[in-house]
Design a protein around this ligand. Structure first.
Ligand SMILES: Nc1ncnc2c1ncn2[C@@H]1O[C@H](COP(=O)(O)OP(=O)(O)O)[C@@H](O)[C@H]1O
Ligand SMILES: [Mg+2]
Length: 448
């Protein structure tokens, strides 16, 4: 090697021919060297040479290296739509920092795709968390109010099976708390952090429900979403799918549901690939599914798939002690007239606890603060019911009851025979009275 100039030329040539972008600053932060690759990657042109880097690129990190004396490796940078990775290092001469060098590599396609994939993964994770948050349950086992031994037993079975992946079938009339149980089971299950998704099988038209449950691929049918759509099975992955009123599923969809339960995988409409799903199934019905099976309206094999655990919730009228128990718990802080409690306990509650809660909510709304809840605070139809009960249990004078009974007996005896004197005599004999008495009583009660 010859002169200093020759040496500098030599190094310059090396830097120029490098496959990595190189930029060098001196101790004052002024740009000394920049190679063509640096320009290609970052868009920074050689007119930066001789100027302080910071004035040209305000976000530059390289000058920090001068101060800290520490290298940084693999720093991701993005300016406009250029993305690259930078290594930065101080330049030491005889133990002193005399400048710093930045070496950058453009991100290649694979790296870019990897980054993009990572971003999308993060997005999917965020969306899943959002779905879970949106589909949180409101109720736990603590919210099931009961003082009934049979109910306590159901709760204990439900608690024991909650943490398994066994399907659960909840039977019971409308308003008995089927969804409440389903939510409580989910809350106590291993997938409680994942979504609880309730599907009302009776509310969704049968031609739409398959699409709701399993989703579809892009352009699967006219009007299908362009990008395809995930079904509720996919949305509930890891959590619980509550199939409410399962008897209302069409036989077609029942067959598809059975396949999903057997294979643990779904296939979107119009798609060939199977997607694994891990979903706990809780189904409910207020119908007698065996009757449905007898009428070919429900698949027997599906029933046997669903009823690993059966919770049969008794109607409220079969656990009357629960009525005052629930009422007192709901009406906490209110005084309740004895007549009200007696009536509530007598009433049949065809709408079960849902109906009871509605009546109680109404009464609390009607009663003023610190006022006792009386019959007048109940909804009109309940007041009407109350009057009917009062009639039924009204005390009659004894003679009225005797006359009513006498009249009924006479009417039915006379109805089934002819009107000749002989026939009338026969009736009198049967009743153990004289013919004259029979005629007298017929006159009295105005019976012909
Ligand atoms: N044992 C109970 N204790 C307290 N609230 C109940 C109970 N059972 C039902 N409920 C309430 O009654 C209403 C109807 O319950 P839900 O679970 O929707 O009934 P179903 O699904 O059987 O029609 C809900 O507001 C629920 O919270
Ligand atoms: Mg319901």
């Amino acid at each position: 090697m010859g002169t200093i100039e020759e040496t500098v030329e030599w190094w310059k040539a090396i830097v120029e021919s490098m496959n990595d972008g190189v930029l060098v600053i001196d101790r004052a932060g002024v740009v000394k060297i920049i190679n063509p690759e640096y320009t290609r990657i970052t868009g920074v042109t050689p007119d930066i040479i001789g100027k302080p880097l910071i004035s040209y690129r305000p976000g530059a990190k390289l000058p920090e290296t001068l101060a800290s004396g520490e290298s940084q490796v693999g720093v991701y940078r993005k300016t406009h739509d250029r993305e690259y990775v930078v290594d930065m290092a101080p330049i030491f001469v005889e133990g002193e920092i005399v400048g710093a060098v930045s070496v950058c590599k453009s991100l290649n396609e694979v790296q870019l795709l990897t980054r993009e994939l990572e971003k999308q993964r993060q997005k999917v994770k965020e969306l899943q968390e959002q779905i879970s948050a949106l589909h949180k349950v409101r109720y736990t086992f603590e919210d099931i109010i009961t003082n009934d031994a049979k109910m306590e037993e159901l709760i204990s079975v439900a608690k024991k099976t909650a943490a398994t992946d066994l399907p659960i079938l909840i039977k019971g009339e409308s308003g008995t708390g089927k969804e409440l149980f389903a939510q409580a089971v989910h809350h106590a299950s291993l997938g409680s952090g994942k979504p609880f998704i309730a599907v009302n099988c009776s509310a969704i038209p049968s031609e739409l429900i398959e699409n709701e449950l399993f989703g579809h691929s892009e352009g699967a049918f006219p009007g299908a979403s362009e990008k395809g759509k995930a079904g509720l099975f996919e949305m509930a992955d890891g959590g619980t799918l509550f199939l409410d009123e399962i008897s209302d599923l069409s036989i077609d969809v029942q067959a598809k549901l059975l396949r999903v339960l057997q294979e643990g995988a779904i296939r979107r409409i119009g798609e060939a690939v199977e997607r694994k799903v891990n979903v706990r199934i809780v189904a409910s019905t207020h119908r007698d599914l065996h009757q449905f099976i007898a009428k070919d309206l429900f698949r027997e094999d599906l029933l046997y798939r669903l009823n690993a655990v059966v919770l049969k919730i008794p109607p409220l009228r079969e656990r009357k002690a629960d009525i005052p128990f629930i009422a007192e718990s709901v009406l906490k802080g209110y005084e309740v007239d004895r007549e009200v409690m007696t009536f509530l306990t007598k009433y049949d509650w065809p709408g079960n606890i849902r109906e009871l809660r509605n009546v109680l909510d109404f009464a609390m709304c009607m009663a003023n603060e610190n006022e006792q809840i009386v019959i007048d605070h109940l909804p009109d139809i309940m007041q009407k019911q109350h009057r009917l009960y009062e009639e039924e249990t009204k005390v009659f004078p004894l003679y009225e009851a005797v006359e009513a009974a006498e009249r009924t007996v006479l009417e039915s005896a006379l109805q089934s025979s002819g009107t000749t004197v002989e026939e009338r005599q026969e009736i009198a004999n049967t009743l153990g009275i004289s013919l004259a008495t029979l005629y007298n009583k017929m006159k009295k009660y105005n019976i012909r």
